[in-house]
Design a protein around this ligand. Structure first.
Ligand code: PEP
Ligand code: MN
Length: 344
């Protein structure tokens, strides 16, 4: 997959003219972009615009045929999937609400396996983009990826669109970058693209998230673009015009240039990691000796006050050194847990 995959277009297909004009504007500015437009919109609010449905398929096909842009849309039921594959729309994304539902996901996978017009060609030609589930749960995300893999789909791409959390914070969906990082650790060759629109939730912050995603090294971006964002029938607040998007520098200019400096830093990091692990292993040996001593003298292993004291000391230290309190708590908890295991 192209490292700079761009999937651009409105949240929803609204009218034939809107689809056509938007696609043309995007195609002029971003000739390699894939065009996106949702036909069936899984809306949280039952009174919100739910999409034009099947009626929009010919609009997308016109873009595909006359502009030569691949087109992408969301499928949430086996019927959507069959309609799109039948029409020749083969860039299909699984929305956040669908990824979270294993029964629907399995029904979609079964539809691919049983597709009447040569399942083999569908498995090879379809591009299935899997958005993360709305809740911060990597297992549901990977479960859905696994189901499509087992259905034989060759081209699977993950989309990181942020996570809904109770905490009211600056984002519509908190990015929680650690989750896509973990996905990359588990599936090193799986392309992951970022959807800054649904993370930011506001047009003013979309470019900032897009830039961050590029710096992190995502394999592409899906961004909602509308010619008149304020008039959009869905997600009006977060859509941007193609011209606005053009102000973002969408290429990394000299990614190899600075590699030699990076190599030196990486060597230093490796050396520091060696030291850290040697020290940790020494710490564990001492824990083990403490464990033996406690057993001999029938002293209980857990001593919560001691742990609180150690932790507090580290938290105070972290404050002075600009390290996050949360990171210290997590690291200390992991070290403590391993120490207790050693003593047991
Ligand atoms: C969308 O892409 O318009 C959409 C509904 O996304 P999500 O499933 O990420 O909410
Ligand atoms: Mn949207």
């Amino acid at each position: 997959m192209d490292k700079n995959t761009l999937i651009l277009g409105p949240c929803s297909a609204e009218t034939e003219a809107q689809v056509w004009e938007t696609a043309k504007a995007i195609h002029t500015l971003f000739p390699k972009a894939i065009f996106r437009a949702g036909l069936w919109k899984p809306r949280t609010n039952p009174h919100a615009f739910a999409g034009v449905g099947e009626a929009g398929i010919p609009w997308l096909l016109r873009v595909q045929k006359e502009l030569g842009m691949p087109v992408a849309t969301e499928v949430a039921t086996p019927e959507h999937l069959t309609l799109c594959l039948g029409a020749g729309i083969n860039h299909l994304w699984i929305g956040a609400r669908t990824t979270a539902n294993p029964i629907i996901v399995q029904a979609l996978c079964d539809t691919i396996k049983e597709h009447p017009t040569s399942a083999f060609s569908v498995q090879h030609s379809a591009f299935i983009y899997i958005k993360n589930p709305i809740n911060p749960d990597i297992e549901t995300w990977t479960g859905t990826i696994e189901r499509f893999r087992e259905a034989g789909v060759n081209n699977i791409i993950a989309i990181h669109r942020g996570f809904s959390t109770l905490a009211q914070n600056e984002w519509r969906n908190a990015p929680m970058w650690a989750i896509p990082f973990e996905l990359k650790r588990r599936y090193p060759t799986l392309p992951i693209i970022c959807d800054p629109s649904h993370i930011a939730g506001h047009s003013e912050r979309v470019l900032q998230v897009a830039e961050q995603a590029q710096r992190i090294g995502f394999d592409g971006l899906m961004i909602e673009c509308h010619l008149h964002p304020q008039e959009a029938l869905s997600d009006a607040k977060q859509q941007i015009t193609p011209e606005t998007l053009k102000t973002l520098d969408l290429q990394f200019k000299d990614s190899q240039l600075k590699e030699s400096t990076l190599i030196q830093w990486r060597e230093q990091i490796d050396a520091i990691d060696n030291e850290i692990w040697q020290l940790l292993s020494h710490r564990m040996e001492i824990s083990q000796q403490i464990g033996e001593y406690k057993r001999e003298h029938q002293i209980p292993i857990l001593h919560s006050q001691r742990y609180e004291t150690i932790l507090q000391k580290r938290l105070d230290w972290a404050k002075e050194h600009g390290i996050s309190q949360e990171a210290v708590k997590q690291i200390m908890a992991a070290i403590h847990e391993e120490s207790v295991k050693k003593q047991i």
